[in-house]
Structure formats: structure tokens, C-alpha cells
Design a protein around this ligand. Structure first.
Ligand code: PTJ
Length: 220
């Protein structure tokens, strides 16, 4: 859809287009459209801007990511449609692995998400295999034995469910990005960044790079 730049909701409509395109490409599930609408509503409430609190959470998240043992970035159909480039940039900057983990089961979608991340520069993308997340029964329990299963920290952009609690019970740290501060994920994560993923991801990538540079130049 051609959205005129002068439209007062241009940015928001363009972000919607990414999700719609994600569905058309078989990356995002139909349910992802509803999840996005939920996010939009919460984004209204924060003024569609990155708040001061969110910036503080981004700083803390960058620090935790840089100090984590075997950090992994978990990618679902919405995150892949909205910011594939930044997810890959983050994985390279930390460095951290990328793993596809989705709620609505679809092997074809898993492969398409991985292919999308590779088109954006990822060398390796793990898929669910022999690993298992304990304490949950949904499709998200299937994970990779060398990825989420062994990770000390799992980065979970955009989801609401019981996986975060399960990962915490497995003694892993979790960083989430979720506009809804009342979601199960946001409430149980080690750190939740309450911001739109499309605004938070570029800021997080820059913050990781900045802290890495500072650590290298001020080792003490
Ligand atoms: O690809 P799949 O099968 O793994 O499915 C992914 C979705 C997102 C559809 C699935 O995880 C789901 O149904 O999620 P929920 O339960 O709707 O939760 C999504 C959460 O993300 C909600 O708390 C929303 O407020 C929040 N959210 C939605 N869009 C954004 C967002 N948070 C940050 N940025 C957004 N753009």
C-alpha cells in the first residue's frame, strides 16, 4: 500500500506494512497481526516514543548481554518481519547466536525466518532440534541443544507467554522487549525494555557497540 509521507500516522502505517508483508512472505503468523495491534495500543500509551525508563533499560540490557555466558537471540515471526537487520547486527555486535523459536507451529515458517535472517547477513541461524525448555507444553518448548538449551541468557524480543518464566526457572537470564508492562513475559524477565521493538533495537545495537568500545578503551 502506498502511504503518503504527509499522513499523520505514516510511521505507524509503514511498520504495519512490514507485518503484513511478513504474513504474505510466510514469515509471520496470522496471529502476529493481532499481536501487533496489541503492541500498537500500548505504544499509544507511551506516546509512541522511547521513554527515559526504556533508555535506562536498554543500557542495563546491553551490559547484561555483553557479560552473559552464551547469550542467544530468540526470533519469532513478528520480530523477523519488523527488524531482521537489527537482530543480525545485534548478534554480531555482542556476539550472540540467533535461534528461531515460534509459538504457532510451522516448520516452513521456521525455515523462512532463518532464510530471512540469512538474507540480512546472518551466517548461522539455529532451528529447534533436540533441546527442550522444561516447564512448558507449547511449541516453544522445542529448542536447539546448542542454542537456547545451553544459553545463560536468552534475548526475547516481543512475546507474551509462559516461556520467560520457564527460562527463569531453568536459571537463565531473560531480556525482553515488550510494550505491555503487564504481560507475563515483561513481568518475569530479568530486564524488560518497554518500547516498540522497531525503536528499541537500533538503540540497543548502538549501546552494545558503545559499551564494547568503552570496555576496550578503559579496561579498568
Ligand atoms: O511467530 P510466533 O508463532 O512465535 O508468534 C509470535 C506472536 C507475537 C504472534 C506470539 O508470540 C503472540 O501471540 O504474542 P502475544 O501473546 O500477542 O504477545 C505479544 C506481546 O508483544 C504483547 O505483550 C504485545 O503488547 C507486545 N508487542 C506487540 N508488538 C510489539 C510489542 N512489543 C514491542 N514492540 C512491538 N512492535
Amino acid at each position: 500500500m502506498a502511504v503518503p509521507k504527509s499522513h499523520p500516522r505514516y510511521l505507524s502505517l509503514m511498520i504495519r506494512e512490514r507485518i503484513v508483508k511478513g504474513v504474505a512472505q510466510g514469515i509471520t503468523s496470522m496471529h502476529g497481526l493481532l499481536a501487533h495491534g496489541r503492541g500498537e495500543a500500548f505504544d499509544y500509551l507511551v506516546g509512541e516514543k522511547t521513554t527515559r525508563k526504556a533508555r535506562q533499560q536498554i543500557k542495563k540490557a546491553a551490559k547484561l548481554l555483553l557479560h552473559a555466558k552464551r547469550p542467544i537471540i530468540s526470533v519469532n515471526g513478528n520480530a523477523a518481519a519488523l527488524c531482521p537487520k537489527e537482530l543480525v547486527q545485534l548478534s554480531k555486535a555482542i556476539p550472540a547466536g540467533l535461534e528461531v523459536n515460534i509459538f504457532h507451529p510451522s516448520k516452513s515458517r521456521e525455515r523462512k525466518i532463518a532464510a530471512c535472517l540469512k538474507r540480512h547477513g546472518a551466517k548461522e541461524v539455529l532451528l529447534p532440534h533436540k533441546g527442550r525448555i522444561r516447564f512448558i507444553a507449547s511449541n516453544r518448548r522445542f529448542c536447539n541443544e546448542d542454542g537456547i538449551a545451553k544459553a545463560g541468557l536468552v534475548f526475547v524480543p516481543l512475546e507474551d507467554g509462559d516461556r520467560c518464566q520457564a527460562l527463569i526457572r531453568m536459571k537463565k537470564k531473560v531480556i525482553s522487549i515488550d510494550l505491555n508492562p503487564m504481560s507475563r513475559t515483561a513481568k518475569s524477565a530479568t530486564i524488560n525494555i518497554q518500547d516498540n521493538i522497531v525503536r528499541a533495537m537500533p538503540l540497543l545495537v548502538e549501546e552494545v557497540k558503545r559499551q564494547k568500545w568503552l570496555n576496550l578503551n578503559n579496561p579498568d
